[in-house]
Write a new protein. Structure first.
Length: 158
């Protein structure tokens, strides 16, 4: 009963909410400011930003600056780029693979670390396929993993 009444309230209220929201203008200064900051930071504005709707440029750039390019996060640049490469290998995305390989190397990754990152992505994908395909019970898997971690860290009673 509550959901139905709540849903009806949203349907009634939604048109008035959207009606008072002004659409973003094509020459949005937020997008222009983002383009300027991208060029200042990267030396140019890559096509990946130019193809975005202007309404999304500032947010996309803010996300990349806040996480990927931020030296103050918990993960260093090399680790972030190796993660990016591992994910890109599984998507798969040739653009992302090229970028994250180059960025990982620029952040000090060795060829062996690049290979290990891709190998880890393959191992995870393989076992994900096996566990999901064979419908292994998640609670059992979690219990077994917890026991393995206790053993590996030496916290089990002997």
């Amino acid at each position: 009963m509550f959901r139905s009444r709540f849903a009806n309230t949203l349907l009634i209220a939604a048109p008035s909410i959207f009606a008072v929201t002004a659409p973003a203008l094509a020459g949005d200064t937020t997008a222009q400011a983002a383009y300027q900051d991208i060029e200042k930071t990267l030396g140019s504005v890559p096509t990946m930003f130019k193809i975005l709707p202007e309404a999304g440029v500032a947010g996309a750039w803010a996300e990349i600056k806040a996480v990927q390019l931020n030296p103050e996060t918990q993960l260093d640049g090399k680790t972030k780029e190796l993660i990016g490469l591992a994910v890109a290998s599984q998507i798969p995305c040739q653009y992302c693979i090229y970028f994250h390989t180059a960025a990982a190397k620029a952040n000090g990754a060795t060829d062996e670390e690049i290979r290990e990152s891709v190998a880890m992505s393959a191992i995870v994908r393989h076992w994900s396929t096996m566990l999901n395909g064979m419908q292994v019970d998640l609670a059992t898997f979690q219990t077994e993993t917890d026991a393995l971690m206790k053993h590996a860290t030496g916290t089990t009673k002997k």
